[in-house]
Design a protein around this ligand. Structure first.
Ligand code: SF4
Ligand code: SF4
Ligand code: FES
Length: 231
């Protein structure tokens, strides 16, 4: 198998090629570790190897994936591994990820309990998709609105926000804190739903949050929403 790695180095992308014999069902992350035995300076992020830590997102043959849960058939002829899109590269395959946590801090996305209310299993089930999010950032990497509007909070922020705004223990109005993050920039293309490795359905959660914000008067209905009426 030929493995081409596009590495960000000194302000530009360079490409290294390796020829490897790979056993069946090895993951892209296994392959990166194998290559690092030959090229110790190769940088990439990974911690858990189990789709939990959210650090190992890369592009594999043009598609955004978690390296640790992407298996490769031994007969694959070529693999192209590169850094994710819509991101600030740091070194080789490593990109800036602090922004994910910064935005959550800015939106104060934590529960501020007003009393000792206990959640029922049905409450937890309602927000399960949000808690399943591992903050890998892939939804942001594939989002056209993240690319075109820097004020847009991005699908990962709203996915995490859903679990917090829906939590009935909150004493604070967490929905209000999302106003600056321009939720209406989402064009509902569903790229995020398609590529999310944890099936969190960010677009569905964005639609639900948008509906609640409209109802509260925190955002106004977009005029183009009525475009189909033809006047
Ligand atoms: S919603 Fe999915 S793709 Fe987005 S950060 Fe969470 S786990 Fe990753
Ligand atoms: S549905 Fe919205 S948030 Fe998801 S990728 Fe498309 S524009 Fe981005
Ligand atoms: S190494 Fe943790 S998600 Fe891939």
């Amino acid at each position: 198998m030929r493995v081409r790695i596009k590495r960000f180095k000194e302000g530009r992308i360079i490409e290294d090629t390796y020829n490897l014999e790979i056993e069946d069902k090895r993951t892209v992350l296994d392959i990166l570790y194998l290559i690092r035995e030959m090229e110790p300076t190769l940088s990439f992020r990974a911690m858990c190897r189990a789709s939990i830590c959210g650090t190992c997102a890369v592009k594999v043959n043009g598609e955004h994936k978690l390296a640790c849960n992407t298996q490769v058939e031994s007969e694959t002829e070529e693999l192209v591994i590169e850094p994710v899109d819509n991101s600030v590269p740091i070194k080789d395959l490593v990109v800036e990820q602090d922004y994910l946590f910064e935005r959550m801090r800015k939106a104060a996305l934590w529960i501020e309990a007003k009393d000792n209310l206990e959640l029922k299993p049905s409450d937890i089930q309602k927000t399960q998709k949000s808690w399943d999010c591992i903050l890998c950032g892939i939804c942001n990497n594939v989002c056209p609105s993240v690319q075109s509007d820097t004020s847009f909070g991005g699908p990962s922020l709203f996915t995490k926000a859903f679990g917090v705004v829906e939590d009935k223990r909150n004493g604070e109005d967490k929905l209000k804190q999302l106003i600056p993050f321009n939720i209406q920039s989402c064009v509902h293309c569903k790229n995020c739903d398609i590529y999310c490795p944890k099936a969190c359905t960010p677009e569905v959660l964005i639609t639900l949050i948008e509906g609640r914000m409209l109802k509260k008067g925190y955002i106004q209905r977009k005029t183009e929403d009525f475009g189909f009426l033809g006047f």
